[in-house]
Design a protein around this ligand. Structure first.
Ligand code: LIP
Length: 259
């Protein structure tokens, strides 16, 4: 089974599962840890569809998914890292800006990423070393300075202790860049960077399933992705900060972090 074949299977599974989101009715938010951290029956339905489909493809694969009580271990040959609905708050409130995110890690190497926004029928995909695509057309993150870019950010709503720093950074970004956006789905923010829609994205704490696929896509599009301390993004299951963007914009952001 080649990585390309796995990526095609993920694309197909996400497109099928996207129908569950589009046809959702009476969406009821269930509180997980606090009112800002919610899940719905559709998160679980999408997750189960992805697991059923991909485990039929690779029976021995492990799954590291947001709505699993105990995600599988990551230290095996084949791992799928899935956020079944990234942007759940948007989904619950009808914003029409959420996605299904799935990364494929083979022998510890993030090898493919697929992010599907069913509301816009936008399928972002990448296989390591083969570039990034939107609906099959190549996408590229232009190396522009932040002054010529829009900044996306995430507010880390589950982590009040990060609020002051998040908005201090936002003040700097707003002063330098063309404008700011908080769109509510980290995976789609990373794809906006890959597509050249945004030149910078940051969020001070995300789970692996939030960024695993989008980071592969952004890097294959020529963007740079690091932790907000300028280190390589972890794929060991830890939560992490994320900054992604054009090389120039990321250098600007990281200079702020050092202040
Ligand atoms: C969300 C992220 C968002 C972040 C939220 C949450 P979820 O993912 O996409 O950027 O700010 O805290 O992590 O919970 O909707 O899958």
């Amino acid at each position: 089974m080649t990585v390309q074949e796995v990526a095609k299977a993920i694309i197909s599974a996400e497109r099928e599962a996207g129908g569950l989101m589009l046809h959702a009715r009476h969406i009821m938010a269930e509180e997980k840890t606090d009112p800002r951290n919610v899940v719905t029956e559709y998160d679980r339905k999408v997750q189960q569809h992805m697991i059923n489909t991909l485990s039929a493809l690779i029976p021995e694969a492990h799954f590291f998914c947001e709505e699993m009580a105990h995600p599988d271990s990551l230290n095996v040959e084949h791992v799928f890292i899935i956020d079944p609905i990234d942007g759940t708050m948007n989904f619950v409130h009808g914003f029409g800006h959420s996605c299904i995110s799935c990364a494929y890690v083979r022998a510890g190497v993030p090898s493919a990423g697929v992010v599907y926004n069913p509301y816009r029928d936008e399928m972002f995909s990448a296989v390591k070393g083969e570039g990034a695509f939107l609906n099959g057309r190549r996408i590229q993150a232009p190396d522009l300075p932040l002054e010529q870019c829009v900044t996306c950010f995430g507010s880390s709503p589950y982590n009040d202790h990060l609020t002051d720093k998040t908005f201090a950074l936002l003040r700097k970004a707003y002063t330098v860049s063309l404008d700011i956006r908080r769109e509510g789905a980290a995976a789609l923010d990373l794809c906006s960077v890959a597509a050249g829609r945004a030149g910078l994205f940051y969020e001070l704490e995300l789970s692996l399933w939030d960024y695993a696929a989008g980071a592969v896509i952004a890097e294959e599009a020529g963007a740079k992705c690091f932790t907000c301390e300028g280190e390589a993004l972890p794929y060991d299951g830890r939560k992490s900060s994320v900054v992604a963007g054009t090389p120039q914009s990321v250098r600007t952001f990281l200079s702020w972090e050092s202040i």
